[in-house]
Design a protein around this ligand. Structure first.
Ligand code: SF4
Length: 304
């Protein structure tokens, strides 16, 4: 029987981050432009509609993602609870470092928490993420252990690290008993110091090195529209699933088909669809969310 693979979509909640100074991050280019952080967040109906689309297309929600301090915790707990209800899937949170009393509130609705580590070379990390120390993430992981929550991490390849840093990642995963990791090939944002992403061969070395060390780890690999030809290689190198593709905007385009075909080329069985328009019973949702679902479906049907 063929091994399965699938697409995972991160649901973004906001485009503000109070830390806002990680050298590669889009949010760092926005912080000074945002006068009122509370307004720099998505409307709830748009978030819930996106969750409904994910469920209907068979995409897993990779995590709920947002910058530090863009929402108050009560509001975030309600959003997480609703997404759990819509998808039937306990969620992963990637919304910065959370304290014990905060995590407790999310516990019924989440599978685990993601630490946005980004780079495991300590010196480079401190330069790139001056306001986001790894020690804070590690403290949060300890609370996860107390609560029986799973732990995931993100890592970006192409920030100036080298192959010699792969053992540092392996040690980190082992030491903190990481359950899931998302790799991204750096996608340079305008206004940051970075100009190009990593070569495919180098990106693959990180994934295959990690897979070799951890045969059962859930490895998610990011691929951007201009890197889709590497999908079969990412899967063969050991990625469990694929992320970081604008799957609603480019639904059913030649790019979306490239993901399904890439899975086929890698000998995997692709669960869900990037190309077949789903049917959603919008009567199950409130009016605003239903309207938003219709809008998304209309956008997705343009290429179908
Ligand atoms: S903490 Fe996260 S969201 Fe904030 S600037 Fe850094 S990478 Fe971006």
């Amino acid at each position: 029987m063929k091994m399965k693979t699938w697409f995972e979509r991160a649901i973004f909640l906001s485009w503000y981050c109070s830390r806002g100074d990680c050298k590669f991050c889009y949010m760092s280019t926005q912080k000074s432009k945002i006068k009122n952080p509370r307004l720099a967040k998505r409307k709830k109906e748009s978030i819930f509609a996106e969750a409904a689309i994910c469920k209907a297309c068979g995409w897993r929600v990779e995590f709920l993602s947002g910058g530090y301090e863009s929402y108050d915790i009560g509001e975030l707990v309600e959003i997480t609870k609703e997404i759990f209800k819509i998808t039937g899937q306990k969620q992963w949170l990637n919304i910065g470092v959370l304290k014990q009393e905060e995590l407790k509130k999310f516990k019924p609705y989440i599978e685990g928490v993601c630490g946005a580590v980004e780079c495991v070379n300590p010196k480079l990390h401190d330069k790139l993420c001056p306001s986001k120390p790894i020690s804070e993430i590690i403290s949060m992981f300890k609370i996860c252990d107390e609560f029986g929550l799973k732990k995931s991490m993100t890592i970006i390849i192409g920030l100036g690290e080298t192959e010699k840093d792969i053992p540092l990642l392996i040690d980190f995963i082992r030491k903190h008993k990481i359950d899931k990791i998302t790799f991204y090939a750096l996608n340079p944002h305008e206004g940051t110091i970075f100009k190009k992403g990593p070569q495919t061969g180098y990106y693959l070395k990180w994934i295959s090195g990690t897979r070799k060390a951890f045969p059962k780890l859930h490895i998610v690999a990011g691929s951007w529209v201009d890197r889709l030809e590497e999908i079969p290689e990412l899967l063969k190198a050991g990625a469990t699933s694929i992320t970081k593709f604008p799957s609603i905007k480019l639904f059913s385009t030649k790019f979306a088909r490239q993901i399904e075909e890439g899975a086929e080329k890698a000998g995997r069985d692709f669960s869900g669809t990037m190309t077949r328009l789903p049917k959603i019973d919008i009567s199950r949702f409130d009016e605003k969310t239903g309207q938003k679902i219709k809008q998304y479906l209309k956008q997705m049907s343009k290429n179908s």
